[in-house]
Design a protein around this ligand. Structure first.
Ligand code: GDP
Length: 423
């Protein structure tokens, strides 16, 4: 057995080296097999004004024609007055792994004259999905829970080159606590590199200014350098400047690529020098899809559920909640610490007051004693003075001084001398 210095606080952990192959190293493979059999569910939402290339980008991301090309609407066609919510589901498979992908589209967002409440139907849709999940969790039979919650929301920003618009800020502020926000700059091929860099900066500072939380690729302690570098590289591209195209085109040097052909050349979707599509796909699909699902479940859904249940007067199972929500745990610890401090302060105040009272009453008592003693002494002196005066008077008048009968008073030196002389 090999004893390794245990970390502080885990004194009972003893690390042992195995003598032979036991088999639990195969656990990841077991999990892998099981999840491949079960398949995965992922729901992505796309939000942004019509014509920004949402459908094209989804088709490009999953390399499938999830969205058929839209028929152009005649000008006379009746336009909807509110934001609609449309879901398209597809089972896609890659190397034997099945993914049930749902794309939630929000046609109409930002397309009206007044877009003040455009975010409302979207928040309602996200919350109703949380509701449906909560309802399934509370069922007696929970073996077949379908996860329809939105795991990521691609928010399409118009390639204006200015800063965020009011509708963008409003939407992100309303949604950032309910969904993983991934802002993307649509049709990035319409801007130059410098324009894009400046636009990204402005967007990021607006996002920071409004305290909007956007999804960041997480890094954990003890993670290898490669993973950290990858996360940092992805983070450096946010908001992703994307170009979508589901068409394969020929480049001037004879390659076949997904891209957009212009008179001056070809913009390649999968070329990292041309746009951030590859990094977006990494964030959404290749590297962080599971993180997006986990964050939705552990933080976004959990916070919403706690709020909802507390609102209904149901106390939360705090231990479980705290374990998976470090922010809540910190908050609780802070509240407890503050309560402890307040209690200590109150106790100290009480003790102090008691001590002051004791001291005051002692002082008062000794003051009274002093006063009484002073009074006694004064009286005795006064009496002595009167006696002396009496004797003086008698002496002056020539009459003998008769000693006082039964006098219990202590005589002074002068009266004693007078008495001696007269006897
Ligand atoms: P949606 O209404 O947001 O779903 O937008 P669509 O995907 O239907 O695209 C609207 C138009 O924009 C189509 O003509 C697309 O070919 C075009 N489009 C889509 N993506 C891009 C892009 O990245 N760059 C450019 N320049 N055009 C694009």
């Amino acid at each position: 057995p090999l004893l390794v210095n245990p970390p502080a606080g885990l004194s009972s952990v003893i690390r042992k080296k195995l003598m032979g192959y036991v088999g639990f190293a195969n656990l990841p493979n077991q999990v892998h097999r099981k999840s491949v059999r079960k398949g995965f569910q992922f729901t992505a939402m796309v939000v942004g004004e019509s014509g920004l290339g949402k459908s094209t980008l989804i088709n490009t991301l999953f390399n499938t024609t999830l969205y058929p090309a839209k028929e152009p609407q005649p000008p006379s066609a009746e336009k909807p007055k509110t934001v609609a919510i449309e879901s398209i589901g597809a089972d896609i498979e890659e190397n034997g792994v099945r993914l049930h992908l749902t794309v939630v589209d929000t046609p109409g967002f930002g397309d009206f004259v007044n877009n003040d409440d455009s975010w409302k139907p979207i928040v309602e849709d996200i919350e109703s999905r949380f509701d449906s999940y909560l309802e399934q969790e509370n069922r007696v039979n929970r073996t077949k829970v379908v996860d329809n919650r939105v795991h990521a929301c691609l928010y399409f920003l118009q390639p204006t080159g200015h800063s965020l618009k009011q509708i963008d800020v409003e939407f992100m502020r309303r949604l950032h606590t309910k969904v993983n926000l991934i802002p993307v700059i649509a049709k990035a091929d319409t801007m130059t590199d410098e324009e894009l860099a400046a636009f990204k900066q402005r967007i990021l500072s607006d996002i920071e200014h409004h305290n909007i939380h956007i999804f960041q690729a997480p890094t954990y302690e003890n993670e290898d350098e490669e993973t950290i570098a990858e996360a940092e590289e992805i983070a450096s591209k946010i908001p992703f400047a994307v170009v979508g195209s589901d068409k394969v085109v020929n480049t001037p040097d004879g390659r076949q690529v997904r891209g957009r052909v212009y008179p001056w050349g070809v913009v390649e979707v999968d070329n990292e020098e041309h746009c951030d599509f590859v990094k977006l796909r990494q964030m959404l699909v290749r590297t962080y899809m599971e993180e997006l699902r986990e964050y939705t479940n552990d933080v976004l859904y959990e916070n919403w559920r706690t709020e909802k249940l507390l609102g209904m007067g149901v106390a939360q199972d705090s231990s479980v909640f705290k374990e998976i929500n470090p922010a809540a745990r910190l908050q609780e610890e802070r509240v407890m610490h503050e309560a402890k401090l307040a209690k200590m302060e109150a106790e100290m105040k009480m003790v102090f007051q008691q001590k002051v009272q004791e001291k005051e009453s002692k002082l008062k008592q000794s003051e009274e004693e002093l006063y009484a003693r002073h009074k006694d002494m004064k009286e005795a002196l006064e009496k002595q003075r009167l006696d002396l005066e009496e004797k003086k008077r008698k002496l002056e008048s020539g009459r003998p001084i008769t000693p006082e009968k039964n006098s219990t008073r202590r005589k002074g030196f002068l009266p004693a001398l007078l008495q001696f002389l007269s006897s």
